[in-house]
Structures are given as C-alpha cells and as structure tokens.
Write a protein that binds this ligand. Structure first.
Ligand code: TYM
Length: 342
C-alpha cells in the first residue's frame, strides 16, 4: 500500500523554496496516493523557540497546507506533537541508529555551527525523529527538497537495520521479510534547491538574516516585485539553452524559479526568453510569482483569522494519524519483546 508522508517545520518565514521544493509538490500527489502532511513542531524545538511564536507558526504552516490545496477530507494534515507515537518510535530509532551515522549528517554540522558542545541533543538526534515520522506510517514516498536527501538515506538505513536485526522475530510474528518499507524520496522538478536571491551559492532559508534573500509566502505583491528587482544577477543576457546557465548560479536560480512557477522545464523557459536582459525578464518573473503566490497568501490570511477552525482541522488530523501510527508502534514493541499496553 503506497503512502506519501512529508513534514514542514513551524519556524516562521515559510518561503518560495519551501513552496516550490515541497508544498506545491504535495498537491498533485493527492490524486495518486493517500497523503499525510505534518507540522513538525518537535523538530522546531531542537533550536530555541519563542512559545508564542511557535503556536502562531504551527497554525501558519497548517494554513499554508490548506491554502495550497491539501484536501483534509481525503488526506491527513496534523501536528506532530499531538500524536505521541512519533516520539515513542524516535526513541526506539535512537537505539537502532549508530553514532557514526548521525555524525555524518551535514545539516547538523551546518545548524550547530562552531559551538557543537552547546547544540541540543535533540538537534543531533533530529534525523531519528524524522525517520520515525515517516516509518510510523510505513510511508513509501516522501516528497522533499534536495536538502533532505541525506536524512532520507538515513531513514532507509534505520528501516533496513531494524528489519535485519529482528528479521526472525518479524517473520515469526507474520510480518513477512520486512516490517518497514524502504521509503523513496521524491525530489523532482526544476526547483528542488531554490537559492538565496542575494547569493546564488546559498540556499534560500528561513533563518537568513536578510529578508531580501527570500520571498516569503505572506509577502505582498509590491514586496515580491521589489525583492525580485533587487535580486542579484550577472551582467549577461539570458541564454537560450540550459548549458548557458553553467557557472551562473543567480541566473540559473531565477530561471529555475520561473520554470517551477510556470510548470515548465528550464529548456522551455529559455527557448521563449533566451536573449532577454534580466531587466526585462525580472518583471515577468515578478508578475508570475505574484499571480501564483498571492491567492495562497490571501487564503492563509483568511484562515489565520479563524484559529479555532485550524485547531479543529489539526485535532481531527491527529485522531486519524494516531489511528494509523498507534498500531505500528504496538507492533514495534511486540517485535522488540516489550509487553503490550492495556
Ligand atoms: P523544512 O521545514 O526545513 O522545509 C520544508 C520543506 O521545504 C524544503 N525546502 C526547500 N526546497 C527547495 N529549496 C529550498 N531553498 C528549500 N528550503 C526548504 C525542504 O527540503 C522540505 O521538504 N526535516 C524537514 C522536516 C521534516 C520532514 C519529516 C520532511 C521532519 N520530518 C519527514 C519529510 C518527512 C525540514 O526541516 O524541512
């Protein structure tokens, strides 16, 4: 039974990278798969969070899921901390994953910076919780941006080690020759790694101190146009083929954004706009971004005015998610030899 799972952290500043690399890709998957989309607040607290802002950000990400077009009648949108199974399975995975595996995670190295001694244990163990998010639903497909690829590989390593360590027990209990599936990352399209508008070698990120580095989902039309006008470019014109973007990270990024927003390949964008100066291309890109993003921003604003409704969606989602995750955790405990909860 194929199943899609993905998550977004409620850490403020949802941006164009989150939208093009993840959120916008979640929507069409609803036609083919049962989908579960999570607001991962337990991940957000691996770095310092203001409690009032965390509450607002949980509702904001939920609003973004709804505004982007996730159908919560047929699929599940919920908040991680409201389903205890995630934290329970994460502990088990802390005992499956090896220190050496986690030591290789590049995101920890980036986020912890120089002062590793002072990083939270949660930040180090972050990927085992992410593996639990996915595997507690036995999800088979995980749509994410390029930056999550290494975490998905670790998830597969954890699934494989668990299946292997307990293979005899898993078979004896009638689960066949593997309890967890090997989840497949879905990293697709022209914008799997959207870069900063100020520096084409840096990822667009929620935590960049410059707001001009990113387009936030909630930016108004003028702000979007201004940020695109100010975006760094090089002095050359647009090439007419993708190989002309090599060694030009800023140009490549803007073309990728245009392609993703218009649902085209970069080839098609360049076939149409090749030869233009950036001063002519940027207004077209700004108009396209406003056309695609402003309906989402408007709907998010409308939804956020009704937190009671959002909390209701999450409560319903948590109940349906727990109905899937609970039995999986119960089976894991049985596989491990623990006694059942009454
Ligand atoms: P997070 O909250 O940082 O980002 C959410 C999604 O947005 C993608 N993304 C990008 N895509 C393209 N260009 C960018 N500049 C860019 N920045 C972010 C991310 O790849 C992600 O898909 N660890 C995850 C959250 C998570 C999760 C999970 C994901 C927790 N559990 C289980 C999938 C499955 C994260 O920090 O995403």
């Amino acid at each position: 039974e194929p199943r899609v799972f993905s998550g977004i952290q409620p850490t403020g500043n949802l941006h164009l990278g989150n939208y093009l690399g993840a959120l916008s890709r979640f929507v069409p998957l609803q036609r083919e798969y049962n989908c579960i989309y999570c607001v991962v607040d337990l991940h957000a607290i691996t770095v310092a969070q203001d409690p009032v802002e965390l509450t607002a950000a949980i509702r904001e990400v939920t609003a973004a899921y709804l505004a982007a077009g996730i159908d919560v009648k047929r699929h599940i949108v919920f908040n991680q901390s409201q389903v205890p199974a995630h934290a329970e399975l994460a502990w088990v995975f802390n005992c499956v994953a090896r220190m050496g595996w986690l030591n290789r995670m590049t995101q920890f190295k980036e986020k912890a910076g120089k002062d590793k001694e002072n990083a939270s244990v949660g930040l180090f163990a972050y990927p085992t919780l992410m593996a639990a998010d996915i595997l507690v639903y036995r999800a088979t497909h995980v749509p994410v941006g390029e930056d999550q690829k290494q975490h998905l590989e670790l998830t597969r390593d954890i699934a494989a080690k668990f299946n292997n360590d307990f293979s005899a027990r898993i078979a004896a209990l009638g689960h066949g020759d593997g309890f967890f599936p090997m989840p497949e990352p879905l990293i697709q399209g022209p914008a799997t790694r959207v870069m900063s508008l100020r520096d084409g070698t840096k990822k667009m990120s929620k935590s960049d101190p410059s707001d001009y580095s990113r387009i936030n989902l909630v930016d108004d039309a003028e702000t979007i146009a201004l940020k695109i006008r100010k975006a760094k470019t090089d002095p050359m014109d647009l090439p007419s083929e993708p190989k002309g973007l090599e060694g030009r990270p800023e140009a490549d990024n803007l073309v990728g954004i245009y392609a993703a927003l218009s649902g085209q390949a970069k080839e098609a964008v360049l076939a149409e706009h090749g030869g233009k100066q950036f001063s002519a291309f940027k207004p077209l890109l700004a108009d396209l971004a406003v056309e695609k993003l402003s309906p989402i921003a408007d709907e998010m604003r409308r939804l956020k005015a009704d937190p009671g409704y959002i909390d209701g969606v999450l409560a319903d989602g948590a109940e349906r998610a727990a109905a899937i995750a609970g039995p999986v955790v119960a089976s894991v405990k049985e596989i491990l030899g623990m006694l059942a909860t009454r």
